[in-house]
Write a protein that binds this ligand. Structure first.
Ligand code: ADP
Ligand code: MG
Length: 450
């Protein structure tokens, strides 16, 4: 700024200095030297002689006045021409300088405006992001979450049209959308008028932004528009396990081996949360509607709004939350929350996969029956168990495997948490039941190599 100003002032000053003698001469009409050194003339000026000639005569007494006058005339003409040309040159230079000053000032201003605009644009993109996350605990990973422009989400989901709805949850709906690069995504739209919804949004974005695992849903970004929050995930083409089991297809798309693979994937996702996250994470809302299936029926855990990090807060003080039918008895009765609460919920999901029943069945308007209390007496009875298996997979599995899986489920839903196995032990007991091509170690007839 300062250097630029100095540069414009210097040529202006130089020009002024150069022009001063020319303008002075033009104004006064006589050479500057004569006025400086002419002695005072005692005789009154003659009418025939001009004041100029008088003063010149006084200055050069040895020269005839007439010849001098002639020479003075041509000299004056030369001076006038010089003055005119100097003035013209000065005017041209001044015009150019004025143009240059104007141009430099204008371009400086416009470059300033451009940089201000780009900063404002940056600010617009970052402001909601920074504002939103100010209440989150972790700072280090915040910047890795992408912010989506609301307009883009609106356009890509066909203005959140009903035909794009993938599922309905507690605080809003999940929509299918296609981004500009033709990538399909799922957008959860949360009405964050309540503190609970806002907390769940922040919790989910915060936790998912720190996780990366093949059996955990991938977070792609988030967005904000007034009170509404949006979470963008990878699209899970085959929807939720709940829809697959209890929806119109009633589990017909899921073979026994696929169900074992879904159970194994779920256990892998939980093992990641319990054993590999630091601090460990308790999902707290594991259920079939929060287990999502991709195009190849790979299962991923989703919906981390209620998840808690072990150690970062007193997990025994967190608000009692969960879904009826999946909540472990010690958590429901005493609010005691451990990783074994997730193991209990996993046992319920395993029963859903085996039996094709909902976790809570309505017997009468005011009478419900939990899958655990209904199935428990039959799960260890080898004559009864095959009869209560989901009709969609009845007689399609190795009985030995069925009894094994039922035994795992019985352990997982034990009322006493310390009797339940760790998820890592559950996982290892499931691996031999899943075919090699689905990620286990079971060699089926077609892939045994014999
Ligand atoms: N990424 C996704 N791909 C496909 N469907 C999804 C996806 N995320 C959620 N859904 C559908 O939306 C439902 C509700 O989503 P969820 O995240 O569980 O919301 P809520 O927290 O409200 O329960 C899911 O049960 C599922 O049917
Ligand atoms: Mg859910």
């Amino acid at each position: 700024m300062r250097g630029r100003k100095q540069r414009t002032e210097i040529p202006l000053l130089l020009l002024l200095v150069l022009m001063i003698p020319v303008w002075t001469y033009a104004v006064r009409g006589d050479p500057p030297l004569s006025s400086m050194s002419a002695p005072p003339d005692p005789s009154p000026p003659s009418l025939s002689s001009s004041p100029a000639s008088t003063s010149m005569a006084a200055f050069s007494p040895g020269l005839p006045v007439g010849g001098r006058k002639h020479r003075l005339d041509s000299h004056e003409k030369l001076l006038i021409a010089l003055i005119v040309s100097c003035s013209l040159l000065g005017a041209i230079i001044l015009i150019f300088m004025a143009l240059w000053v104007y141009y430099s000032k204008f371009s400086h201003k416009s470059s300033k405006m451009t940089s201000r605009r780009s900063e404002a644009e940056k600010g617009l993109a970052l402001a909601p992001f920074l504002g939103k996350f100010s209440s989150l605990r972790t700072v280090s990973r915040k910047n890795s979450v992408a912010f989506f422009e609301y307009k883009l989400l609106e356009k890509s989901s066909n203005n959140f049209s009903d035909s794009n709805i993938l599922g309905v949850g507690g605080f809003g709906r999940v929509y299918k959308a296609q981004l500009d690069d033709s990538k399909h995504v799922a957008i959860k739209k949360l009405d964050c008028g309540s503190q609970d919804a806002l907390r769940e949004f922040e919790n989910e974005v915060d936790l998912l932004s720190k996780m990366q695992h093949p059996n955990i849903i991938s977070l792609l970004g988030y967005s904000i528009n007034d009170e509404t929050r949006f979470i963008v995930y990878e699209l899970m083409q085959n929807g939720s396990l709940e829809t697959q089991l209890h929806g119109p297809s009633r589990g017909s798309a899921l073979t026994w081996h696929m169900r074992m693979k879904i159970a194994l994937d779920t256990a892998r996702g939980l093992e990641y949360l319990h054993e590999h996250c630091n601090p460990p994470v308790i999902h707290r809302d594991l259920k079939s509607s929060n287990i999502l299936l991709d195009a190849n029926f790979n299962a991923k855990l989703s919906d981390f709004g209620l998840a808690v990090t072990d150690g970062s807060q007193n997990k025994n003080n967190v608000k009692l939350s969960g879904t009826l039918g999946y909540v472990a008895p010690e958590y429901l009765l005493d609010g005691k929350l451990t990783d074994k609460s997730d193991v209990y919920a996993f046992g319920v999901v395993l029963l859903e996969l085996l039996l094709g029943r909902k976790p809570v069945e309505k017997l009468a308007p005011a009478q419900c029956q939990s899958i655990v209390t209904w199935a428990m007496p039959q799960l260890t009875d080898r004559s009864k168990l095959p009869k209560i298996v989901d009709p969609a997979i009845q007689d399609t599995m190795d009985m030995k495997h069925l009894f094994q899986v039922a035994a795992v489920a019985v352990l997982c839903v034990q009322p006493e948490p310390s009797y339940r196995p760790l998820i890592t032990d559950v996982l290892h007991s499931l691996i031999p039941l899943v075919p090699v091509e689905l990620g286990g170690t079971l060699r089926t007839a077609g892939h045994s190599g014999n």
